[in-house]
Design a protein around this ligand. Sequence first.
Ligand SMILES: [Zn+2]
Length: 191
Amino acid sequence: MGVLAQILIVDDSGFSRAMMVRELTGLGIDACQIRQAGSGAEALAMLTDQSFDLFILDIVMTGIDGIAVLKEVKRRQPNAKIVMCSGSSAPELVKESVSLGIDGFIVKPYKAEDFVRVVCGTLPGVSASCVAGEPLQVKCHVCDSKMIEVNSLNTVSFYCPNGCMQIGPVVYALATQQHFDEDYDRARLGK
Ligand SMILES: [Zn+2]
């Protein structure tokens, strides 16, 4: 069964876009469900004539950048899922993106399996056919919100969408709720 989702990839690198298209079609998403924009301006123009289920946004682009596109998407298509995919993992960019309401953040260069897993986590119809394992679910110790995964090549961090806390980075294999719970308890008990 195919996946019924419309996806817009916004990235100024044609190579990056081609790699993502390859991963997405590998998940069984038809190429006609994937549109591409090579700039922020192009992306904003597309917002007026089509609605999307998932946006994959580069951040650093000349002209209108990915943060500006993210703000417009939240205003005009608030139900869409958003995954940032950026060569920059500067904490202020990550924090701003998370506070604006994103569903995942992938730092380039990324492993294909991480890209697939994060995308699977945003599209319910994909999860069953996802070969890269279940999406990680980690909850904020303060407000109990699902924390946003920030994935880079060898590590993963989690940010509370409400800004309560940030955990990680840790190597991916250690990133379990139990690990973070124990870590949190140790920190709280001062051990
Ligand atoms: Zn929180």
